[in-house]
Ligand binder design. Structure first.
Ligand code: PEP
Ligand code: MG
Length: 580
């Protein structure tokens, strides 16, 4: 039997299933007498307190080699725990309905689940699982059950955990206790379980829906974290096939790890710059581990999220300075906040917007809030004295927006001069090319900037009119669509002609299946998630641009999306290219 879910990565594991029970599964329900109500409320409050103590303890004892996101995720869980909806409203239910604490918490959880399910924003909807993970821990405390995964659990090298869901706090134990893999019934691609799974590099598949119901304790299972498949009770032939794939995956990983200090130079001697995309200061650890040539995109908007107030100039200055210092002389490109659409801070939303991605987002929001924009600019300019810093403006669609950005930059510099601050007077400025209008008139825009970076995630969305976050139309989201490639080719050629640096920082840059195509189209700077660096470098080392160009030109002349895939296959097959 095979079950299909969302692949999280980590390769392939073969082992024995260990089913994790959920405390929330069968909840006791009984009436509480008036005389016992206050004791019942106290029991609930004690469980909340115990949960808080445990989470605080776990946050303090995170192993050094654990994923950098772990602390932040546990902090988020602590925040959820103290929210009135979890810590207070169940008390009201106990009082009003005279029921036991577990039942009150169950009722409240059902209500919260319903509310989460109606949220349109996928990222926020996914936080339902965070809420459920916190509640699960409170349940365990109420029922006097063991809360820590590693205790009472014999974990072996071939243990495969089958869980309804796993909280970040559960994964704290994964570094000290070896497990072969984990799978969960819940969670989506942006769930914290998925993010941690990726960083932990343990084979994992999430969102399997019914794995716990269909698998028996101790059964043999195969977890394929590459394709998102879970195979239960495999036959000997399947086992042999997967053993071979696991061996291949491991040796591939070992080979990639050796490339850390190798320069990304093609077979015909052309040096390629490999930069990293980051979202937090902590990401710099992965950047340095994978030896990137610098930061090509710091998505600064994440520092404006998950808080009620705006970070002031000094707070931003400190944070940018930390990143720049960690980059140790390598360039850091800070993109000014790109909020709105799919990244909304608490203080901002577009409730009446029919198409938020076409609304007040990115640079439009910055230009509408000039004080906020200039505060960020001043912080970047000041941090710029600590290293090589570049400022990049997102979502530019016209020359007039670009001119307004320059005017604000000028004002920000004058303000710093008045205040006697040191700052990077000659900071290089660039723009993201992610709206088709900008791609088409890139020649004009380039006259006013030092560099450009192509945001293919949005460029594809806006060119093909396909929501980048919608599962329903994901089959139409095609990076190799002829229209997208023609726009990219125009941008690369124009930048080359005008002798201005151009990079790609959208997901296309980190997709090893597209590396040769982009090289053949003339791209020499790639910016990607740190985890993609070695895979892309490997392809670069085995590519000869001279051989690629003719095949790429053929692909660019093609107008048939189906044929595009075929031609790409040829580009990715070096034997075919060399023989041609
Ligand atoms: C892009 O649009 O390709 C990009 C890199 O920006 P973001 O994904 O943050 O919108
Ligand atoms: Mg974008």
């Amino acid at each position: 039997m095979a079950l299909y879910g969302v692949p999280v990565g980590g390769g392939i594991a073969i082992g024995r299933a260990h089913l994790l029970q959920q405390s929330m599964d069968d909840v006791p329900h009984y009436a509480i007498d008036d005389a016992d109500l206050s004791a019942e409320i106290e029991r609930f409050e004690e469980a909340i307190k115990a949960t808080r103590r445990q989470l605080e303890q776990l946050r303090m004892s995170i192993p050094e080699n654990a994923p950098t996101e772990l602390g932040a995720f546990i902090s988020l869980h602590l925040m959820l725990l103290t929210d009135v909806t979890i810590s207070r409203e169940p008390v009201d239910i106990i009082k009003a309905q005279k029921v036991n604490a577990e039942w009150a918490l169950r009722r409240q959880t059902d209500k919260l689940t319903e509310q989460f399910d109606t949220i349109e924003d996928t990222y926020l909807r996914e936080r339902k699982h965070d809420m459920l993970q916190v509640v699960e821990r409170v349940f365990k405390n109420l029922r006097g059950q063991e809360t820590e995964l590693a205790v009472n659990l014999e974990l072996f090298d071939d243990t495969i955990l089958i869980a309804a869901d796993l909280a970040p706090a559960d994964t704290v134990h994964f570094k000290d206790n070896r497990i072969a893999a984990f799978v969960t019934d819940y969670g989506g691609p942006t769930s914290h379980t998925a993010i941690l799974g990726r960083s932990l590099d343990i084979p994992s598949v999430i969102s399997l829906h019914h794995a716990r119901a269909l698998i028996q304790e101790d059964e043999w299972v195969i977890v394929d974290g590459i394709d998102g498949v879970l195979i239960v009770q495999p036959d000997e032939r399947t086992l042999e096939e997967y053993r071979e794939r696991a061996r291949e995956y491991k040796s591939h990983k070992r080979r990639l790890n050796k490339l850390k200090n190798t320069a990304a130079t093609t077979e015909d001697g052309i040096n390629i710059e490999i930069l990293a995309n980051i979202e937090t200061v902590e990401d710099m650890t992965a950047v340095n581990k994978n030896t990137a040539d610098g930061v090509g995109l710091f998505r600064s908007e994440f520092i404006f999220m998950n808080r009620d107030t705006l970070p002031d100039e000094d707070e931003q200055y400190q944070l940018y300075s930390r990143i720049i210092k960690k980059a140790a002389g390598k360039p850091v490109t800070i993109r000014t906040m790109d909020l709105g659409a799919d990244k909304n801070p608490r203080w901002f939303g577009q409730p009446d917007a029919l198409n938020p991605a076409l609304g007040l987002t990115g640079i439009r929001l910055c230009l509408a809030e000039p004080v906020m924009f200039r505060t960020q600019m001043r912080a970047i300019l000041r941090a710029g004295v600590h290293g090589e810093v570049r400022m990049m403006w997102p979502m530019i669609a016209s020359l007039s927006e670009l001119r307004q950005c320059h005017a604000h930059l000028q004002t920000a510099k004058e303000q710093l001069l008045e205040r006697n601050h040191h700052f990077a007077e000659n900071i290089k400025v660039g723009i993201m090319i992610e709206i088709p209008a900008a791609a088409m008139m890139v020649g004009t825009l380039l006259k006013y900037v030092d560099f450009i970076s192509v945001g293919t995630n949005d460029l594809i969305q806006y060119t093909l009119a396909v929501d980048r976050g919608s599962e329903a139309v994901s089959y139409l989201y095609q990076p190799t669509h002829p229209a997208v490639l023609k726009l990219l080719a125009h941008v690369f050629r124009t930048a080359q002609r005008m002798n201005k640096p151009v990079s790609v920082c959208g997901e296309m840059a980190g997709d090893a299946a597209l590396t040769r195509l982009l090289l053949g189209m003339g791209l020499r700077r790639f910016s990607m998630h740190p985890a993609s660096i070695l895979g892309v470098k490997d392809v670069i080392l085995h590519s000869s641009i001279e051989h690629l160009e003719a095949h790429t030109a053929r692909l660019l002349r093609n107008d048939d999306p189906a044929r595009a895939e075929e031609l790409l296959e040829k580009i990715n097959h070096p034997e075919t290219i060399k023989a041609a």
